[in-house]
Every structure is written in C-alpha cells, then in structure tokens.
Ligand binder design. Sequence first.
Ligand SMILES: NC(=O)c1ccc[n+]([C@@H]2O[C@H](COP(=O)([O-])OP(=O)(O)OC[C@H]3O[C@@H](n4cnc5c(N)ncnc54)[C@H](O)[C@@H]3O)[C@@H](O)[C@H]2O)c1
Length: 438
Amino acid sequence: MSDRIENQESGPLSRRNFIQNTSILTGGALLGALSIERGAHGAGSDELKIALIGCGGRGSGAAGQALSTKGPIKLIAMADAYKDRLEGSLANLKNQAKDRVDVPEENKFIGFDAYKKAIALADVVILATPPGFRPIHFEEAVRQGKHIFMEKPVAVDAVGVRRVIAAAAEAKKKDLKIGVGLQRHHQAGYIETIKRLQDGAIGDIVSMRAYWNDGGVWVKPRQPGQTEMDYQMRNWYYFNWLCGDHINEQHIHNLDVINWVKNGYPVKAHGMGGRQVRTGIEYGEIFDHHAVEFEYADGSRLYSQCRHIRGCWSSVSEHVVGTKGSADVGGNRITGPTPFRFKADQPKDPYQQEHDDLFEAIRNNLPYNEAERGAKSTMTSIMGRMATYSGQVIEWDAAMASKIDLAPKSYAWDALPQSLPDDKGAYKIAIPGSTVTV
Ligand SMILES: NC(=O)c1ccc[n+]([C@@H]2O[C@H](COP(=O)([O-])OP(=O)(O)OC[C@H]3O[C@@H](n4cnc5c(N)ncnc54)[C@H](O)[C@@H]3O)[C@@H](O)[C@H]2O)c1
C-alpha cells in the first residue's frame, strides 16, 4: 500500500511495516500445544480459533502476533468495513503464516454489521477498528462470551468509556480474558523501571511530563460521488466520533504510563490547543496540538504535550521527578540514590509479548482483564481533549459523567455523522471559550 507511514502508530499497513509487525511469525517456533484447561475457551479442541475485526495495519499486525503465540491456533474469520482492506490483510497474513490462516469466503464479512458474524465463529477476537466502534464491538464480544484483544484507545467519549467499563465487569463475571493494546505494560524496560519508581526509588513523585510530538498521519482525498460516511470512515483519524483526536489516539500511551507510575488517574485538567498548521479542510475537525496540565489526587502535576506538525521537534516520551531523584521512564533510566538503567541483550517486542501474555492466560485459565485500566486511561486522554476544546478546568467525575455521545444515529454508508462539512467543505472546529465538552 502506498499510505504514508510516519511512525509505528499511524496509517494502514505498508508491506515493510507488516513484515516488521509479523516478523516473529517466521522466526518464532510454535512449540506445540500447552495443556489447556477445558472450558477456558470452549471444549473439544486445543486449537484456538481467531477472528480479526478491523483488518488494517494494527489489526493485521496483532493477528500475526496472536498467530505467533505458543500452541495450536488458526485465523478463521475476518471482518472489515471494506473488502479491499480485508483482502489486503488476508493476503499478507497468508504470506506470513499460511498454515495458520484459513479464512474461507463464507467467513469473510464486510460492512458495519460484519463484526457480529465474525465474532460468533471464534474463541478469541481481535478488535482493531478505529476506536469509535470499540465499545460496540467489545460489548458484543463479551455478550457472545469470547476472549478479546482490543486495541487502544477503547472509546472516543465518556459514553463509550462507561460502556466499556460495564462490559469489562461483565467479562470478569464470565471469566473472559481481555488484553488492551497498551503494550508498554508488557515491555520489560517499562515494567522494571516503574516497579522501582513505585517502590520509592526517587521518593514521592511530584512532577511528570509526557509527550507525543510527531508529524501526523495520512489523508485520503475525497472521491467523486463518495458519501460523507464513506469519506469520514476512510479518513477516520480526523473525526472525533471515530478517533477522538490524536490526544486520544496516540498520546494515550504516554498518559497511560504516567497513570501507571502514579497508580491512579488525574482528578482534573486544564489546557490549550488548536490548529496552527494543519488547517485545511482535509484535516477534518481535530486539533494539531494540545498542551494539558493534569492534576492527580496528591496535588502532583502532569505536563502533557502532543503535536501533529511536520518539521518540528519530535519526542514520544515520559519523564518524572521525585523528591529524591528523577527518571526517564521511556528511556528506562533512573537517576537518584539508587540509579538504574534497564539493559536487555535481546529485548522482546512488546507487541508480541502482550499477545504471549494474553494467550498464556487463555490457555491456562489465569485471571486477565486489562479493560478497566484501558478504559480509564482512555478517559484520561478524552478529559485532556475536553479541556483543550473548551478552555475550561475539567474535573474527572464530571468528565466521566458526560452525556455527550459523538456517535452517528445509525451506521450505514448513506447515514450522516453528526459532524458535517459546510458549503466550502469545512468542518466545525472546537473554539475554546465557547465549545462545551462535558
Ligand atoms: N498499540 C499500538 O501501538 C497501536 C499502533 C497502531 C494502531 N493502534 C490502534 O489500532 C486501531 C486501528 O489502527 P490502524 O492503524 O490499524 O488503522 P487502519 O485504518 O489501518 O485500520 C482500521 C481498519 O478498521 C476497518 N474498520 C473501520 N470501521 C470498521 C467497522 N465498523 N467494522 C469493521 N472494520 C472497520 C477499516 O476499514 C480498516 O481496515 C486504532 O485504535 C489505533 O489506535 C495501536
């Protein structure tokens, strides 16, 4: 595919990116079946059947990683809004793992309802559409009693976050295993560094900063005759009902790391942001920069920035300062009375590790549910957007209780999203001071 890839997070799948994402398939030996607790994923066979919902860059990568976990496993169903996306992903996956991919024509599902049919056929489902659909797809997968890997963020508004938290509780009751694609939680350098910080290596943590400053993602030009729904679906990154703005889509990773370090979630936020460079109508309704100050319950502050402007300084990072030292969390380095630097001879790919951990839990019936944590970190980034769009101080409880629902009334190619272009093709952009977000 010719889509521009700015970084690991962005854009549909290029062949190079796909091979990176799934290289473990060719190198990773499948070590044979682990013993399976009967009932952990359905009785009868040790082979886990996988369905992929959302066959883009990350979904294809995640499917490749799932297929590289230990034990018999097969991709048997796929669902996507678009046939071209599904077929491209299937061809790539077959190239990488022919013997673990068996998706007959009747198990390929296209359109807005496709997810239900694919979920029904599987033991484990991978949910990797744009995040606007995550609450709907997650609820359905839980309702059908499936184990789930879902990508972050898990929602785009508080209504969606609450749905995910409710479904996560239901999943716990059903003993379903749920992984969320905040892969830093499965990355040894982060785990070892944060363990030490939580054990007091730098004293009380009083100040934090988190950045996702980078260049941004693709645009797919409007096609003649294209419906508005089709246009927004193809350009999902630029519409809040699908994406939640890049503060939600990408910066969630860094905000989540700080939540992890603090072992909690911010109680309030204020900030500023806007569109300074990426101002054209092709960039939909999202901002190109946000700067947010989050406050935690102990009064400590997180200074957060995210920018999508090309040609500027780039940094995707998290740092913290404590009463006795400081840490570059993403760099896995602590400076203070007990300095630490994480070193690994052969660092393991966290995208692979998160699947290894989930599938181990599924096969051995171990407790595993990352959904609530993923939902609350999603709420953190949504709260940041609420702060920059409104220009107001946003309190966690008010944000969480917000009734603003960004979803369209119905899902169909001729249905209308809430945000529509004016006669010049421009979308309404949030105006701090007058936009209401809670
Ligand atoms: N954890 C990470 O580091 C990481 C990295 C990249 C992407 N992601 C996440 O993965 C998700 C997907 O991102 P991507 O880069 O793969 O995007 P993408 O555009 O490449 O893929 C999304 C796919 O979902 C399909 N889709 C859209 N709506 C659908 C629906 N209702 N039903 C079925 N299919 C639908 C699209 O057609 C497309 O094929 C996002 O939430 C993103 O944040 C996470």
